[in-house]
Design a protein around this ligand. Structure first.
Ligand code: ADP
Ligand code: ADP
Length: 230
């Protein structure tokens, strides 16, 4: 089953910039899917459609086979299913401390204090950031910020986790740790979608790859399909 799908999605920014054209993308349940493409190709724009932050100019976005509707209540629900980790953690981390940041989502959906605390502890442990609870996020390194941003999404227990350039700006060790974590989450059953412009790392883990260029999907298939010289 496809848990995430776009059908002929077109998007044009309000200033007229065309960013996506007839994009058909899907992620099957429990898979890890990679979206590759150069800067400006439309990766972030596509991802912002997955939980209704952007609304297509034309076409349809479907989560668990249900077309998104854009009323407040449906969007709240979709955001619990589809968690997006932004490319720049500074867009996501704004609370005074790491633990408050990670707690924000779970509190926002009305979970009780004990459950929130449990999820915060578990998520920070998962990403290797236990012990940083009281630190202000802006004192952390780039890699640590990314891990806290991931923890904030994990704490929501989404069914689908979407990460925009999760390894960008990290050293090779940091990047491989993040990928290792994503691989593990995927093996536990979470559907993972990531974007990258680094062709080397990600295809090792992804079972399905899409290549986007200038707003068009130009190739899709298994890593072997996509990277073989036909
Ligand atoms: P990528 O994530 O692959 O780097 P983006 O989705 O950010 O690509 O950008 C796709 C296209 O949309 C680019 O031409 C970019 O300049 C344009 N774009 C991105 N954000 C905006 C915006 N807020 N307003 C207008 N154009 C934008
Ligand atoms: P060093 O940087 O000295 O080699 P380690 O490799 O032992 O230290 O790890 C440094 C920290 O990174 C540890 O606290 C480890 O738990 C943590 N870590 C664990 N999982 C991850 C992860 N998925 N991403 C990044 N760091 C992680």
């Amino acid at each position: 089953m496809n848990v995430l799908e776009t059908k002929n999605v077109n998007y044009r920014y309000p200033d007229g910039t065309p960013a996506l054209e007839d994009v058909n993308f899907s992620a099957a349940q429990g898979k890890m899917v990679a979206l590759l493409g150069p800067n400006g190709a439309g990766k972030s724009t596509l991802f912002l459609h997955f939980n209704g932050i952007l609304r297509p100019s034309a076409g349809t976005v479907m989560v668990e086979n249900v077309p998104l509707t854009y009323d407040k209540k449906s969007i709240m629900k979709v955001r619990q299913k589809v968690g997006i980790v932004f490319q720049n953690p500074d867009d996501q981390l704004f609370a005074p401390t790491v633990e408050e940041d990670v707690a924000f989502g779970p509190l926002n959906v009305g979970l009780d204090q004990d459950e929130v605390e449990r999820r915060v502890a578990e998520s920070l442990e998962r990403v290797g950031m236990a012990g940083f609870e009281k630190k202000p996020p802006h004192h952390l390194s780039g890699g640590q910020k990314k891990r806290v941003a991931i923890a904030g999404i994990l704490a929501m227990s989404p069914e689908i986790m979407v990460l925009d350039e999760p390894t960008s700006g990290l050293d090779p060790k940091g990047a491989s740790r993040i990928l290792h974590l994503l691989h593990k989450l995927n093996q536990e059953g979470m559907t993972i979608v990531i974007s990258t412009h680094d062709v080397d790392l990600v295809p090792l883990y992804a079972s399905q790859v899409y290549i986007i260029s200038e707003g068009h999907i130009i190739k899709e298939g298994t890593p072997q399909d996509v990277f073989s010289d036909e």
